[in-house]
Design a protein around this ligand. Structure first.
Ligand code: AMP
Ligand code: MG
Length: 424
């Protein structure tokens, strides 16, 4: 049984335990809305989509040429002269039976008329004369014909009643095409999640302002805007909170009322100026976690206000923000879209250099992976790995994940990586 977010107390959690427990914060999925298909790119389906028709609708020609009424045995394979019984062009439908041993001229995509089941492409036909309308076509090597050749079967792409796309699937270019092929002009998707974000800290300064002597520019709000946009969320950017209890309370309360999820960065450790912690405790039901990962702790989670809006307090250090977002917040967003918790996308690569990590802790090291000519993945770390070194995230194309039972890795060892690929 999965423990709820609030049952965990002060125990040290593994990344997987934290991921599972965090999902219990979501009490109901987002509502759905119907939107035009052309606007659905990147949205997530609110329910599974069934095929209302066969695609293709009819058994049809895959080539321009003739469709033969090829008898099952005997003459068909020996017959070189095929009388023409008419023609069917794409967009036309012929319901009249083609007698065995006859053929019709046909173009790609046209439904095969009854009686026919095999197509011969134009290039393999010789016609008796170019100047008169031929009454038949000549197939030079009829013994090579295969029943059913160059024919697309009705429903071979997708059959009526089959599930075309599952609930929660993010609509990409191929899914847009499939939905269109099924005739859907509109699609029912989850409403975009509204996610309110704050940075916290007296030292944290908005880009564009003069940098105070002890200031630091606010990087986290912008990495969060990027990550949330990749996830298809609507971001409500609520700026920077000072280290002040009342201001923090007011802001969090307002955020909870207008969003589906509130995310802050910084201010959840037990340092002197960490007001978010107190404000949260007064506003809702909160849990503070120690998660055995690096970079990444501490974290807070819970519900804010009467709306019980889910809340996640990420650490303050910029790399820790990105790493914890990718490990935990993406899971919450999946839950909001009605999907169950699934493990992150992992691949395996050979370490190109020595990697440091500690037992009983999952270490996420920024890495660059590539594939060699044999198709083997290799990965190297990006150098300095401090949790404030954002250039390491810029250089990286993956996170190397050294699990809690690993005590570092040597060059040549196979390690798990999580590619950083945006949303696909
Ligand atoms: P805290 O958890 O508030 O103690 O913050 C941990 C570290 O992260 C401190 O060095 C902060 O200055 C830094 N930090 C907190 N918020 C931000 C931010 N929005 N952008 C960049 N660095 C930050
Ligand atoms: Mg702080």
């Amino acid at each position: 049984m999965t423990l709820s977010c609030f049952d965990l107390g002060e125990q040290m959690l593994s990344v997987d335990e934290a991921r599972q427990a965090l999902a219990t914060l979501i009490e109901r999925p987002l509502d759905s809305e119907r939107i035009p298909l052309a606007q659905a790119y990147g949205r997530r389906l609110a329910a599974a989509v069934q095929a209302p028709i066969n695609v293709p609708q009819n058994t049809n020609a895959a080539m321009d040429g003739v469709a033969l009424a090829l008898p099952r045995q005997g003459v068909g394979a020996k017959q070189t002269h095929w009388p023409l019984a008419g023609e069917v062009l794409a967009g036309q439908y012929r319901s009249e039976l083609v007698p065995a041993g006859h053929c019709v001229r046909i173009t790609t995509g046209a439904p095969l008329p009854p009686g026919t089941d095999t197509v011969v492409m134009s290039e393999q036909l010789s016609e008796p004369s170019l100047d008169e309308q031929p009454a038949h076509v000549i197939i030079a090597s009829p013994e090579l014909l295969k029943h059913g050749q160059h024919v697309r079967q009705a429903g071979e792409d997708i059959a009526r009643g089959d599930t075309a796309l599952s609930a929660g699937v993010r609509i990409d270019a191929a899914s847009l095409g499939l939905l269109a092929a099924l005739g859907y002009a509109e699609v029912t998707v989850c409403r975009r999640p509204k996610v309110a974000i704050f940075s916290t800290g007296n030292e944290v300064t908005a880009p564009g302002e003069p940098l105070p002597k002890a200031g630091i520019y606010d990087a986290n709000r912008f990495t969060l805007i990027g990550l949330l946009t990749e996830q298809g969320a609507d971001v409500i950017d609520l700026g920077i909170l000072p280290d002040d209890l009342d201001a923090t309370k007011t802001a969090l309360k307002q955020a909870a009322e207008q969003s589906d999820l509130v995310i802050t960065s910084g201010g959840v450790s037990v340092g002197q100026a960490d007001f978010t912690r107190d404000a949260l405790e007064q506003l809702g039901r909160l849990a503070f976690w120690r998660v055995a990962l690096r970079p990444g702790r501490p974290m807070a989670c819970g519900w804010l206000g009467e709306t019980r809006t889910p809340f996640v307090g990420l650490p303050g250090n910029p790399v820790a923000v990105m790493v914890t977002f990718l490990q935990f917040v993406t899971t919450l967003l999946d839950q909001l879209h009605g999907q169950s918790v699934s493990p992150p996308h992992r691949r395996y690569a050979i370490a190109g250099n020595r990697l440091k990590s500690r037992l009983k802790r999952t270490d996420f090291i920024r890495g660059v992976y590539h594939t060699d000519e044999q198709g083997q993945l290799h990965v190297r770390s990006t150098g300095a790995q401090g949790s404030g070194i954002l250039t390491s995230m810029v250089a990286a194309n993956c996170l190397i994940e050294l699990a809690d039972d690993q005590d570092g890795a040597q060059p040549g060892e196979v390690v798990s990586i999580q590619p950083l690929t945006g949303w696909l």
